[in-house]
Design a protein around this ligand. Structure first.
Ligand SMILES: NC(=O)c1ccc[n+]([C@@H]2O[C@H](COP(=O)([O-])OP(=O)(O)OC[C@H]3O[C@@H](n4cnc5c(N)ncnc54)[C@H](O)[C@@H]3O)[C@@H](O)[C@H]2O)c1
Length: 341
């Protein structure tokens, strides 16, 4: 039995990961500050983590020091982050505090108290300006948005700690993740969660641009399978967590609408320049967000090679988009029914 810390454990991916590790018989410690996490994510049929989770912040260094001294963790999954991109853009200082300094705090505590490995949740958003597809781990170009720049900077600290101290770290760059526990309630949910919510309420989802932009979607259970496999590696590596297949936003929309029996609701089209219209601060001030950058964010193509994950860890994603979306719809519909009561 390993002792494992999971930060961000009340979020979409962290909660599912914590449950999967617990089911394997590992001794799990869960931590989240509930800035975005949900209590409901901690309730599973076979276990309820609500009383066990630590309500703490990865920016609290004295707390982390005590926790790591006491916990003597074998593996640390650093999943906590401010994840909505516009939230990072609106408050870049906070994004750096949590997404960069928070990661450094975890690395330093892991170094000091000798974790066997840190596994860091990074993102394919670091490829936002890449034009080479399928994008491999070495193909990163400069980043522009606050979220991706923070994540890329945090990756550099992972590398630096590994080189300087020999601390084993795996950076996992997740493509667009979907599945049960996706947050469909927040201001700007991930695309699948947003479509499900709007269709559930019988509203026309606002879809930016033509919808023909294509993305690489990976199912949360497949991601967890790889996240567990990478415990084996003993040095530093960066691994894409992706299917290497793409679907257009229109295809995702149509699949969800069909599963929900809402094909008659057609999306409303909006220009990419309005993408973050719910965040007026970005459109105000002396310098406003560039239309070109928004256009790139809406229309970018993501297609990430998973050849390295296959070669190094024998990982092959198993879940079809249809099956994964069906499970996502089932779960999110239950969440929305509960909210409606
Ligand atoms: N979901 C995706 O498609 C996706 C894609 C690429 C990368 N990622 C990365 O995967 C990780 C998990 O993403 P998610 O979709 O589960 O997001 P999420 O927002 O559901 O979960 C993140 C969790 O971190 C917690 N958190 C935030 N700040 C914290 C702090 N200071 N201290 C402690 N906890 C804090 C939040 O409360 C939340 O529960 C993130 O690091 C994210 O950047 C996600």
């Amino acid at each position: 039995m390993n002792k494992i810390l999971i930060t961000g454990a009340a979020g979409f991916i962290g909660s599912q990961l914590a449950h999967a590790l617990w089911q394997k018989g590992e001794q799990v410690t869960l931590l989240d500050n509930f800035s975005y996490g949900l209590e409901d994510n901690l309730i599973f049929e076979d276990h309820d983590f609500r009383q066990e989770i630590m309500r703490d912040d990865v920016c609290d260094r004295p707390m982390l020091d005590k926790l790591f001294a006491r916990g003597q963790f074998d593996y640390v999954y650093h999943v906590a982050a401010i994840t909505p991109l516009p939230d990072c853009q609106v408050d870049p200082g906070k994004a750096v505090e949590v997404n960069v300094a928070g990661t450094v705090n975890i690395l330093e505590a892991a170094r000091k108290y000798g974790a066997k490995k840190v596994i860091f949740a990074s993102t394919s958003a670091v490829y936002e300006n890449c034009t080479h597809f399928p994008t491999a781990e070495d193909d990163v170009e400069r980043t522009t948005l606050v979220y991706s720049t923070c994540k890329y900077t945090a990756e550099q600290f992972c590398r630096a700690f590994s080189e300087t101290y020999g601390l084993p770290v795996t950076v996992l760059r997740f493509a667009n993740v979907y599945g049960p526990h996706i947050d469909c309630l927040r201001t700007q949910p991930p695309v699948a969660g947003y479509i499900i919510r709007e269709l559930y309420y019988g509203r026309r989802p606002v879809m930016h641009s033509t919808g023909e932009q294509r993305r690489d979607f990976v199912y949360v259970e497949d991601l967890i399978d790889l996240a567990i496999r990478v415990q084996q590696g003993s040095s530093y590596d960066v691994i894409n967590v992706s299917t290497n297949q793409t679907y257009s936003i229109n295809q995702v929309y149509e699949t969800i609408a069909r599963i929900m029996g809402k094909e008659e609701i057609l999306p409303e089209r909006a220009d990419s320049s309005h993408y973050w219209y719910r965040y007026p601060a970005l459109y105000e001030g002396s310098y406003r967000i560039s239309e070109e950058i928004l256009d790139n964010e809406v229309n970018k193509h993501t297609e990430c090679s998973n050849a390295l994950a296959k070669k190094k860890y024998g990982w092959i994603p198993q879940t079809s988009l249809e099956d994964g979306l069906r499970a996502t719809v089932e779960f999110s519909t239950r969440v929305l029914e509960k909210v409606a009561r």
